[in-house]
Ligand binder design. Structure first.
Ligand code: IPM
Ligand code: MN
Length: 361
C-alpha cells in the first residue's frame, strides 16, 4: 500500500477549523482509494510566537524536508503578532523549499454565486501562475533615518532570468496540458505585466516572456498591464486561460479571482517545487480571519480544494477527481451552505457532507 507523510500546520485564526475539514477529506479519499496517509501536526504560528518569541523553530525546514507535502491552514493574527513578522513563516517555506510556482486555479462551481455579474461556471475557468520566490517579495532593502525628516525606505524587487524563465515555462506547459486534457478550450497564456511604468523589471520580464513563448508556437499569448487586467477579469473573465504574474501582481489578482470564484472561501493554492527536490505546500488563500475563529462558521471548501491539489500532486489522480466531484455535487445541490453562501450550516457540516459524498459513490 502506498503511504504518504503530510505535515500539517493549522496556524492561526480559522486555520485550525478549516484544516480539520481538509484532513477529514484526505482520510476519506485515502480509505476509499487504498493509500495510507500519515500526518504530523505542528503548532507553529502566532500563539507559538507569544510563548517562544518566534513563529517557528529555527530548524523548521529540516523538520519539514522529508514530508511528501505540507498542508497549511492560515498564518497571521495582527492582534498577537504584526503581520510583517508572522508572514515570515510562510515566506521561509516558500523560498526555503524553492516553491517557485504559486498555482492558483480560479473556477466557479455550479451552485455557487459570485458577487461579479459576469462570472458563470462557463466564463470562470482560469489558472494564475504566480512567481513565488523573488520579484517584489525579494525582501531586499531597508528603512533609514526613521523618525527624522530625512527618513526613507528602499525595497528593491529582483527579477532573474532563471526565476522568470522557469515560472513562465511552467505556465506554458500548463496551458498545453489543459488543452490536451480538455480542461480548457483556449491554450492561451496571458502575461500580466506593468512594463509601461516599471521600465527595468517588467521590461525584462516581458522579454523573458517573449523568449519562452517562442518555444511554444501552438500556445496563444497576449499581455495585459496589471491594472487593465483587473478590469478585464471583471468585464470578460472568459477571455483568460493561464495567466503568469510576478509575486506581487499574482497576489493581488488572485484575491479578485477569489471573488470570481464566489468568495475567499473557495480559493485554494499550491506552492510548488515542480522538480520535487523539496516538499510543496498547499493552502487556502484566505487569511486567518481571527474574528471568526472558533465559531465554526467559515467555509472549508478552500481548504478541501487544497487537499484536492495535494492528492493530485501525489499522483493520486482518481482521488483528486473524486474530491472535485464531491465538492461539485454538494455545492450544486445547495443542501449545505455556510454563512458566506447565504446559509447557516457550520464548517464541520460542510466537511462532513463532502466526506459523505466521497464515500458514498
Ligand atoms: C497570500 C498572502 C501572503 C502573500 C501574505 C500573507 C504574505 O496574501 O498567500 O496570498 O502575500 O503571499
Ligand atoms: Mn494574498
Amino acid at each position: 500500500m502506498k503511504s504518504y507523510d503530510i505535515a500539517v500546520i493549522p496556524g492561526d485564526g480559522v486555520g485550525r477549523e478549516v484544516a480539520a475539514e481538509g484532513e477529514k477529506v484526505l482520510n476519506a479519499v485515502a480509505q476509499k482509494h487504498g493509500f495510507k496517509i500519515g500526518t504530523e501536526t505542528f503548532d507553529w504560528g502566532c500563539d507559538y510566537y507569544l510563548k517562544h518569541g518566534r513563529m517557528m523553530p529555527d530548524d523548521m525546514l529540516d523538520t519539514l524536508r522529508d514530508f511528501d507535502a505540507i498542508f497549511l491552514g492560515c498564518i497571521g493574527d495582527a492582534n498577537k503578532v504584526p503581520d510583517h513578522i508572522s508572514l515570515v513563516l510562510l515566506l521561509t517555506i516558500r523560498k526555503g523549499f524553492d516553491q517557485y510556482v504559486n498555482l492558483r486555479p480560479i473556477n466557479l462551481y455550479p451552485g455557487v454565486s459570485s458577487p461579479v455579474k459576469t462570472a458563470t461556471p462557463e466564463t470562470v475557468n482560469m489558472v494564475v501562475v504566480r512567481e513565488n520566490t523573488e520579484g517584489e517579495y525579494a525582501a531586499n532593502g531597508g528603512i533609514f533615518k526613521m523618525g527624522t525628516p530625512d527618513g526613507f525606505a528602499l525595497q528593491t524587487a529582483i527579477f532573474t532570468q532563471k526565476g522568470c524563465e522557469r515560472v513562465m515555462r511552467f505556465a506554458f506547459e500548463l496551458a498545453a496540458g489543459r488543452m490536451e486534457s480538455g480542461d480548457s478550450k483556449q491554450a492561451r497564456v496571458t502575461n500580466c505585466t506593468k512594463s509601461n511604468a516599471l521600465n527595468y523589471s517588467m521590461v525584462f520580464w516581458d522579454r523573458v516572456f517573449d523568449q519562452v513563448s517562442r518555444d511554444y508556437p501552438e500556445i496563444k499569448t497576449d499581455m495585459a498591464l496589471v491594472d487593465a487586467l483587473t478590469m478585464w477579469f471583471v468585464k470578460n473573465p472568459g477571455a483568460f486561460d493561464v495567466i503568469v504574474a510576478s509575486n506581487l501582481f499574482g497576489d493581488i489578482i488572485t484575491d479578485l479571482g477569489a471573488m470570481l470564484q464566489g468568495g475567499m472561501g473557495f480559493a485554494a493554492g499550491a506552492n510548488l517545487n515542480p522538480e520535487k527536490m523539496f516538499p510543496s505546500m498547499f493552502e487556502p488563500i484566505h487569511g486567518s480571519a481571527p474574528k471568526y475563529a472558533g465559531k465554526g462558521i467559515v467555509n472549508p471548501v478552500a481548504a478541501i480544494e487544497s487537499v484536492r491539489m495535494i492528492v493530485e500532486h501525489l499522483g493520486e489522480t482518481e482521488a483528486a477527481h473524486d474530491i472535485e466531484r464531491a465538492i461539485g455535487s454538494v455545492l450544486k445541490s445547495g443542501s449545505v451552505r455556510t454563512r458566506d453562501m447565504g446559509g447557516d450550516r457550520s464548517t464541520s457540516e460542510m466537511g462532513d457532507v463532502i466526506r459523505k459524498a466521497i464515500l458514498s459513490t
